[in-house]
Design a protein around this ligand. Structure first.
Ligand code: BTN
Length: 250
């Protein structure tokens, strides 16, 4: 199937009826030099989907979108990787916000609809040649039509809106939007990418409860550091900085 309205993304689509993890397949293709930048691996039933923090990404056969993009961000340094995360989550949010009431991104890149739950996630895995960052495999899982989940925090566009969505059409639109986001990154529009990300960041500038080092506290998310860490204002006015495994949202 051809995604005719893009320049490079999705020109080469590997469609699999069933697989363990599209990220693993894409990583293998890249290592065997069988996937060029822009290749996409998509599978109808992903049985061992990988999530952030070693979690399992659950997805019922034929109900959702589970796919991975092969990108080669050789114009940036690995330390700047979070800009890629932000560009990707902006692109997905731009498209999906057409269908759901209020879509926000929960740091680092959970797509959530407040009051309903998480409808999507992103897992980026990198390959290196020596010390050089070679490829980024961008894994995207979006809950579209699945109605029930093991996790009480999961939702889908259908469980929220009641409407059934055509996966192929949505996939095509997503690829177009993702390519635009990636081109924006490649053009160096980093300020714009970050401010768009912050504009839709869940809990930005709101006081809320967190836990870190086994302690609960109130904090206010005020920004993201250059490395993609979360900047949280504490009750005493100080700004604390947290990495991925260092803070829990309560
Ligand atoms: C998260 O935990 O929020 C990230 C979830 C990422 C899931 C996607 S589904 C397609 C790709 N292949 C995988 O094994 N994981 C990602």
């Amino acid at each position: 199937k051809i995604l005719a309205n893009t320049i490079f993304l999705g020109k080469d689509v590997h469609f699999l009826p069933e697989c363990h993890s599209t990220n693993d397949i894409a990583l293998n293709l890249v290592r065997q030099k069988q996937a060029a930048e822009g290749s996409v691996v998509i599978c109808n039933h992903q049985t061992k989907g990988k999530g952030q923090r070693g979690n399992f990404w659950q997805s019922q056969a034929g109900q959702n979108l589970t796919f991975s993009l092969v990108l080669r961000p050789d114009f940036m340094d690995i330390s700047e990787q979070f800009y890629l995360n932000m560009a990707i989550s902006n692109s997905i949010r731009r498209l999906l916000q057409e269908y759901v009431p209020r879509l926000e991104v929960k740091w680092p890149n959970d797509l959530i609809v407040p009051g309903f739950g998480k409808i999507g996630g992103i897992l980026i895995e990198n390959t290196f040649s020596g010390k050089e960052w070679e490829y980024a495999v961008v894994g995207i899982g979006l809950n579209i039509n699945q109605l029930s989940y093991d996790s009480p925090y999961a939702a889908s566009i259908r469980s929220i809106t009641g409407s059934h969505f055509e996966l192929e059409e949505l996939f095509r639109l997503l690829i177009t939007q993702l390519e635009q986001g990636y081109i924006q990154l490649k053009k160096g529009k980093w300020k714009e990418i970050k401010s768009e990300y912050l504009m839709h960041l869940y809990r930005i500038q709101n006081w809320a409860k967190y836990s870190a080092n086994g302690e609960q506290f109130s904090g206010k998310i005020v920004g993201i550091s250059a490395q993609g860490k979360l900047e949280v204002e504490l009750g005493n006015g100080e700004i604390a900085i947290f990495g991925l495994k260092e803070i829990l949202f309560l």
